[in-house]
Design a protein around this ligand. Structure first.
Ligand code: NG6
Ligand code: CA
Length: 527
């Protein structure tokens, strides 16, 4: 893969991002961008951001002015579903247009998982690349790196990375901020690599004489764990997984949002003259929540609220750069989240104590991991000033699984036979030209239970597991009996399975067919 250094950005982002000079000449040149047909496309994909976490979706204890303005400039969607209630399967589905249950090893990935999406698979990045776009993945990855599990040499160029599945440029965290290795990967190798501190990673055992959260809690000066997160310590925070070394390449959690924003802006600047696609996956608001001091301690909800404010800041940074370069008009921005919200996800950040009347999942039940709607209902906004009418709301039932085929249609990319088999072109709904519901959406919970949601019904098949997921203290929705809810009530309260055996039977058979046979795209229940 060709090296694509963003020299003008620098590898260490500062609180104030470097201003990249913009001349009248380049602004004029960019008029050509406004006049061309195909838009730039940016998917801003938040982590664990709930339906109720944004001001424009009803939050009152946190201010999100940039996201609010984005919503006003386009369409606010109120019934969009992530593909799964956790990150890896959700992102797998978004990027490949194939449900994670069709592919092995798509559970929450370790930081040393091998690359889950294989080079021969068709991805959303391939679609854009084939259409002549410059493509980038920036931020959280969590889909594995290298050709094999646990055998990466983090001190050398990785043999397999997002460059092999259609992304020209990447600047990513291998997994999550709470998993080792705690370094950014840029173009297949550790960014800011420090040869004096070779990197070793293991999810099996610690390295001799390396402290852990379990044995050396006194070293946890930034955040202590509430559950798990007691293996290697990096930046005074316990992680999942062990690592040694890293030196100057190790991230500081308080700078992650700045680094991600700086590289996103750098990519936009570099490709301002050609169509570009950017998958911008923020670390916010995933744990460990340890935002920059510009945000830390400012919100009454504590670090979780601060992380939401920091997410909003990232959105603002990207938009103002587009504005500055004269690119905003013809840039399609899709903002959403990978799964529902969680309050205590393993660190003592006081998120539970300070929550007050804030409802992270809005009117929906439960959140991340769960089979209930809170697991997968996510906020979503689409804005494209040149084409999409401002000030719209859409309650159309939407699944993120369709974004690949819809965006491929937008840019005229052909999906090869056998690619993106679960993704349907629903571009007109995405652009607010209609309010057509998807006939159904499938929702995968952490225990692999696969629920089906239509506009009217939500069916949760029987599954194994505890009713409450300890740690996050989350209602799992797992139950040994079938559950059927009438979705006129957003909060799944009254199980009406017994009163509607025919509906239960139909939806149960429907799920089995989808699992084994492939997508039907037909309404499971004829009215
Ligand atoms: C869980 C982690 C949680 C989070 C999650 C993945 C513990 C106790 N909990 O196993 O903190 O990392 O995995 O989140 O380790 S996701 O949004 O990336 O799917
Ligand atoms: Ca997530």
């Amino acid at each position: 893969m060709k090296k694509d250094n963003l020299l003008y950005v620098g590898t260490l982002a500062s609180a104030i991002l470097p201003a990249i000079p913009v001349t009248a000449k380049s602004q004029k040149r960019n008029m050509a961008v406004t006049n061309r047909q195909e838009p730039n496309v940016i998917i801003i994909f938040a982590d664990d951001l709930g339906y109720g976490d944004l001001e424009c979706f009803g939050a009152t204890r946190v201010q999100t002015p940039n996201v609010n303005a984005l919503a006003k400039s386009g369409i606010q969607f109120t019934n969009v579903h992530a593909i799964a209630a956790t990150s890896t399967p959700s992102r797998y589905g978004l990027l490949t247009g194939e449900y994670a249950f069709r592919h092995p090893n798509t559970d929450i990935a370790r930081g040393n998982a091998g690359m889950i999406i294989r080079p021969e698979q068709f991805t959303i990045a391939d679609a854009f690349k084939n259409a002549g776009y410059a493509t980038a993945a920036i931020g959280k990855w969590h889909l594995g790196l290298g050709d094999k599990d646990a055998e990466q040499d983090w001190n050398a160029q990785l043999p397999m990375h997002p460059g092999d599945i259609g992304f020209d440029y990447h600047y990513i965290m291998a997994a999550t901020a709470d998993r080792t290795p705690c370094v950014f990967i840029e173009q297949g190798h550790v960014a800011n690599y420090d040869p004096s501190a070779p990197i070793l990673v293991s999810y099996e055992q610690n390295f001799p004489n390396e402290p852990t959260g379990k044995e050396n809690p006194e070293l946890l000066y930034n955040l202590k764990a509430s559950h798990g997160h007691n293996q290697s310590i990096v930046n005074g925070i316990g992680r999942i997984g062990y690592m040694k070394g890293g030196g100057k390449a190790l991230w500081k959690d308080e700078n992650i949002a700045d680094s991600i924003a700086a590289h996103a802006i750098g990519f936009i600047h570099k490709h301002q003259q050609e169509p570009f696609f950017m998958y911008l996956a923020t670390n916010d608001v995933h744990v460990p929540r340890f935002p920059h001091e510009r945000f830390r301690g400012k919100n009454p909800m504590g670090f979780r609220g601060d992380a939401i404010a920091q997410f909003d800041w990232t959105v603002g940074k990207v938009i103002s750069e587009l504005d500055r370069l004269g690119l905003r008009e013809n840039t399609l921005i899709i903002l959403s989240s990978d799964n529902g919200p969680v309050v205590d996800d393993g660190y003592q950040d006081r998120a539970v104590e300070l929550l007050g009347n804030h409802s992270p999942a809005g009117p929906y039940r439960a959140g991340k991991y769960s089979t209930f709607e809170g697991g997968t209902v996510v906020p979503a906004i689409v804005s494209w000033p040149k084409k999409v009418q401002a000030g719209q709301k859409s309650d159309a039932l939407v699944s993120q699984i369709d974004w690949l085929a819809s965006l491929s249609a937008l840019v005229g990319a052909r999906i090869p036979k056998g690619g993106a088999i679960d993704s349907q072109n629903r571009l007109s709904t995405l652009l607010g030209e209609d309010r057509q519901d998807r006939p159904y959406v499938l929702e995968q919970a952490a225990n692999h239970a696969l629920s089906v949601r239509t506009k009217e019904w939500k069916y949760i098949p029987p599954s194994q597991g505890p009713a409450i997921i300890l740690g996050p203290n989350m209602e799992s929705g797992y139950a040994r009996e079938p559950q059927l809810y009438n979705m006129q009530q957003p909060y799944e309260q009254d199980n009406v399975a017994l009163q509607n055996p025919q509906v239960v039977f139909t939806l149960q058979s429907f799920i089995e067919k989808e699992r084994s046979g492939g997508a039907t795209y037909k309404s499971p229940i004829s009215r």
